[in-house]
Ligand binder design. Sequence first.
Ligand code: 1GP
Length: 237
Amino acid sequence: PHIYQQIIEAKQEKRKLLAILLDPDKIVWENLEHLLLKINESPATHIFVGGSIVQATILEELIAALKQKTNLPVMIFPGDPSQISPQADAILFLSLLSGRNPDYLIEYQVQAAPILKKTNLEIISTGYILIESGNETAVARVSKTQPLDREDLDLVLATAQAGEMLGNKLVYLEAGSGAKQAVPLDMIELIAQNVQIPIIVGGGIVDLHGIQDAYKAGADLVVIGTAFENNSHFFEL
Ligand code: 1GP
């Protein structure tokens, strides 16, 4: 379980972590070499791979390229149990705690368990909490769940704490890919002060200030998807 151990150590040493999220469906394959180069030049510490709907062969191809051409840990960030690849290093074993759709709370985890047992993937159970972001995001649409009200700090905190009590190793505060508004900073702060496990924050963060602000509020790992997807020079700005 060394990837999780590294995340814990980074938290203890107050070293902030950064993940680039790659959606296999949005990869422009002609530009793959360039993309890999930019990932290697970036300050990223992790690569997340996943999306709402992903074709299996494309997933395998992308992970193979990442493992060959980068040294960063590749973590699957699955939309459903079809998105499991034994070539990755770890998987965020998500439970969508903000929603009340049993498929995303337990059914998909039951389906995934026997598949995961046949791999050597490091399994990192993650309480996944979708926060309302001013626009409908793919997570809400595909999971058919309501995000939590961005003003209801008490409910978000109770949800994160329930996740921690259930044994989740990470909490992921998610505004959704392409969110209009990122996770509120006071929300990150409150969760950081009241849970012990590391906090991932992502969705709608579009500039370096947004990353710094999330870190300052208490995020341990920030996820950047769309901004890097739209501009491979994003981290040079
Ligand atoms: C989505 O949190 C990630 O799951 C990243 O979102 O694409 O908005 O950066 P963006």
